[in-house]
Design a protein around this ligand. Structure first.
Ligand SMILES: Nc1ncnc2c1ncn2[C@@H]1O[C@H](COP(=O)(O)OP(=O)(O)OP(=O)(O)O)[C@@H](O)[C@H]1O
Ligand SMILES: [Mg+2]
Length: 343
């Protein structure tokens, strides 16, 4: 049974902690983050700026910048613990089985090398194939990533391409070795809405072919469009986890509710930039009790004293909140969020 679970879950983060050294001890930027990314599904990770989304991705890819480091927990790729394996073994596994795309493709593409050659390199580094075979694979992948006229684009330099095309090249590069896991960190932030929709559709196709995708975004619209499951993060902790319909129809954590009502205000056309009062706390000086309590309209005295643990309120739906009826004061009506997931 456990075997079967591990097979289905390509990536499991189990109590992952990470931090940076500070004058007094350490600033913890990931605090017992647990989530899983199953094969053939898109798992969303959402939260305001600075909550730890990119740190989570970087921890998995072993890309946390010095002096930051993972300080605890486990990262399992198909059941293999990445943190306890030898560096060389982890590097090999990472190149072959995991890939990541970043928000700004320009920072990851080599400006003085033809984009086709860069995708070729990705194949040549990990597989023993001829240059001709690598090029064939590249052209096939550029086509699959929706790059028009791949033969011509193969010879372009990054600056000759639009932002959307550069992101497609990055996706082609990430996918050309058919990784089991794709981590996409804000892959559509720099793009206009039409291109964003195309890139998201492409992710959906990739996941339908079996890739496990972790999609990081602060854009709930993008998350609603393609994700199967979502984890909501606040100040380095996961605060709510559910499948997409449950999260959008029945959000329970006051933070998730705040994020969702911000989206519905924007959809109404009312110029509301943030309907959650206050801002993300400084991780070096977190408030006592629940980290969200200073901004939470539902907080009680206990919330400022006791740190809530994650608990399951229905199968697959977990929240980190002390309220018995989280996000709902006695007598308060349910927030109107239904229908968002469908759009
Ligand atoms: N080098 C560093 N030293 C200390 N703290 C850092 C360092 N790099 C990142 N952090 C802290 O780690 C926290 C998480 O950052 P992270 O980049 O993961 O946020 P994010 O959720 O990806 O935000 P965004 O939506 O803006 O990309 C932030 O509070 C940030 O201040
Ligand atoms: Mg980020």
């Amino acid at each position: 049974m456990k075997e079967a679970l591990i097979q289905k879950e390509v990536l499991i983060l189990d109590g992952l902690c990470a931090g940076f050294p500070a004058r007094r001890g350490e600033v913890r930027v990931l605090d017992h983050v647990s989530l899983s990314v199953p094969k053939g599904k898109i798992t969303g990770l959402v939260g305001e700026s600075g909550c730890g989304k990119s740190m989570t991705a970087r921890a998995v890819m072993n890309l946390i910048r010095h002096p930051g480091r993972v300080t605890g927990g486990r990262i399992l790729l198909e059941g293999r613990d990445l943190l306890s394996m030898r560096k060389k073994e982890r590097r090999m596994l990472q190149g072959r089985e995991m890939a990541m795309i970043f928000q700004d493709p320009m920072s990851s593409l080599n400006p003085v090398m033809k984009v086709g050659k860069q995708v070729d390199e990705a194949v040549l580094v990990h597989e023993h194939v001829t240059h001709a075979e690598a090029k064939r694979r590249t052209l096939e992948m550029l086509e699959a990533a929706g790059v028009p006229d791949p033969e011509r684009r193969y010879h372009s330099y990054p600056h000759q391409l639009s932002g959307g095309l550069r992101q497609r090249i990055m996706i082609a590069m990430a996918m050309v070795c058919r990784p089991k896991l794709l981590i996409a960190d804000e892959p559509t932030t720099a793009l206009d809405v039409t291109v964003e929709a195309q890139i998201l559709d492409l992710m959906k196709e990739m996941s339908a072919k079996g890739t496990a995708v972790l999609l990081i975004s602060h854009n709930l619209g993008a998350i609603a469009r393609v994700c199967d499951d979502v984890s909501v993060m606040y100040a380095g902790k996961i605060v709510e986890q559910a499948d997409i319909c449950t999260l959008f129809d029945r959000p329970r954590h006051p933070y998730t509710r705040g994020l969702l009502s911000a989206v519905s205000s924007l959809r109404d056309g009312s110029e509301v930039l943030s309907v959650i009062p206050g801002h993300v706390p400084n991780l070096a000086r977190l408030p006592a009790g629940c980290s969200f309590s200073p901004r939470c309209s539902c907080r009680g005295k206990e919330c400022m004293e006791k740190t809530p643990e994650m608990r399951e309120i229905s199968p697959g739906h977990r929240i980190r909140c002390l309220w018995e009826e989280p996000g709902k004061k006695p007598g308060e009506k349910e927030l109107e969020t239904e229908g968002l997931a469908a759009e």
